[in-house]
Design a protein around this ligand. Sequence first.
Ligand SMILES: [Zn+2]
Length: 236
Amino acid sequence: MKGMKFLFCAGISAVAYASVVSIRAQADVSNNAVVKYIQDGIKNKSWQPTSEQDRLHKSTMLPQNKYRFGKARPEGIVIHETANPKSTIENEISYMYQHWRTAFVHDFVDGHKLIGVADTDYQCWGAGAVANTRFIQIEQLEVHSKDEFAREQLHSAKFVADQLSKYRLGNAINRKSVWTHADVSKYLGGTNHSDPINYWHNSSKNWFAGDYTINDFIWLVNQIKNKTLMLGVVKK
Ligand SMILES: [Zn+2]
């Protein structure tokens, strides 16, 4: 890692808005290649979302600032990506514990693990002054294979679905309950990063010959949340 700017994010772009109507319209079918690959993995390769590893006992040094509406009142979830092709989930976490005064998130995820490092009942510091007071935040690691990328999206979508259920935030809706860091930069301000757009775009282009956007991710989240995707999900 070369410094703070490499820890949390990078990229460019804008994101399409998914209305409630379009989410309902796409309820049963997604033609996205990444989503189809995940569905195939669940059906034919026994893929399941990984259980969250709890490292909260190590985060006692982290500040516990309430969200703008109070403790345990997040308004949604922000998706980040490290923009560091060489880092691992463990070195991102140890770096975060050393530099939490500059930035920290609630959870880290890669193709194999989902690790909770900060209490989601309180703010973290990863997406600027406006978003930090409102949202839970999860950081995706850059992974290096088709299967790892697909499984990272599955683990992330399950995490988001669980938070939406836990905090009674309804279905995933872009720029309401689910935001990319790019969305935050463009629509809320206080930050200028545009992750995970490039990571998602480049990964899906390399391994799936197509694109993968926040709309595809949100479709996945809602399928998991509403248990219409075959997961055998066990609630934590
Ligand atoms: Zn970010």
